[in-house]
Ligand binder design. Structure first.
Ligand SMILES: [Fe+2]
Length: 334
């Protein structure tokens, strides 16, 4: 696979309708608010049972890390303040009862935190591959709030529509009953087969993340790790933030699921953001090719490279036209 190392894409200058800007919020200061530590353990995709050909398509062999600190206590307190200011904008989808997406348009704090180059570099080091903050703004700083109803899962078993993300506790996970973050130590195919057979996930392969407090997170290859956020078992406040990253090498297949985003995000958002993301991928792949120009007689290789870049655009165009019949995908509650 050819490598195309992309340059970052700035947050859109245009502001979408329906995302009012927060008036009075803290200012993000990376020196004060970040307190990034390294996870003590990482689990690989091969530990999960993924075969080599599937791993080869992934930008990293990381499946998931143990819990590690991202925010200082002051940073976590500021993020909690911002998350509470955004809470009145929460909405529902089939999978999640109360969530805010697109908060990066509304809150400068959230935008600066989620797009922080220092944070992206730390996540790149953990994954051992260069990453950039996600180029789809709704994949930055997704916030989940506990459902109003005690006993209802925050989010069902699922995989993400993006490659790499961290799940960070904004509230103190130890101040509530329940609300654990769990993942399945196995492959997506195993889960699909179990669900097709009407069987629950085996308890011995379910891992519960240990969370010492607010500001701690796990980093995962969210598209490859089946995970869920459990219900609270007593009334309380549970808020988590999911921040997405893209591999800086746009030669890796793009696993953005436009059909799923179109079900989660408003009509004037999903297609615009997806189309902008793909335009960036195509441009960066073309730029990398120009920057690496050399003379060669291998016209077959040249043709293949041009076809690969063209397919980034044509596949996305097909996705944009054909998403109407999609259903929101998940693996249920058990
Ligand atoms: Fe997720």
């Amino acid at each position: 696979m050819r490598r195309y190392i992309a340059n970052p894409l700035a947050f859109p200058a245009a502001h979408p309708q329906g995302y009012p800007t927060l008036k009075d919020e803290p200012e993000f200061d990376a020196r004060k608010h970040l307190a990034i530590e390294l996870p003590s353990q990482t689990t690989s995709l091969s530990d999960f049972g993924y075969p080599d050909d599937e791993i080869a398509e992934c930008p990293t062999d990381l499946a998931i890390t143990s819990t590690f600190r991202i925010l200082s206590p002051e940073g976590a307190a500021c993020l909690l303040e911002v998350a509470r200011l955004l809470e009145p904008h929460a909405r529902s989808v089939e999978r999640i009862s109360r969530m805010v997406r697109g908060g990066a348009y509304q809150s400068k704090f959230l935008r600066d935190f989620c797009s922080s180059p220092v944070l992206a570099e730390a996540m790149s080091n953990i994954c051992r591959t260069p990453l950039l903050p996600h180029t789809i703004p709704h994949q930055l700083g997704h916030l989940n709030y506990n459902p109003e109803k005690v006993g209802e899962n925050v989010d069902k078993w699922h995989v993400d529509t993006l490659r790499i993300d961290f799940v960070l506790f904004v509230t103190d996970p130890n101040s509530v009953e329940g609300g654990e973050f769990e993942y399945f130590r196995g492959t997506k195919t195993e889960v699909e087969n179990l669900k097709r057979a009407g069987m629950p996930l085996p308890a011995e392969k379910i891992v519960q993340a240990e969370l010492p407090g607010p500001g701690y997170a796990v980093l995962q290859q969210g598209n490859m790790v089946v995970h869920r956020a459990k219900a609270l078992s007593a009334p309380g406040e549970r808020i988590t933030l999911v921040n997405g990253y893209v591999p800086r090498d746009v030669g890796f297949p793009d696993f953005t699921r436009f059909d799923q985003l179109a079900l989660a995000d408003p009509e004037h958002i999903a297609a615009s953001e997806y189309s902008r993301h793909i335009t960036w991928m195509g441009r960066e792949a073309l730029d990398a090719r120009l920057n690496d120009f050399h003379f060669s007689a291998d016209r077959q290789a040249m043709a293949s490279e041009l076809e690969d870049i063209a397919s980034i655009l044509s596949n996305a165009a097909r996705n944009l036209r054909s998403s109407e019949k999609a259903k929101m995908e998940h693996f249920g509650d058990e």
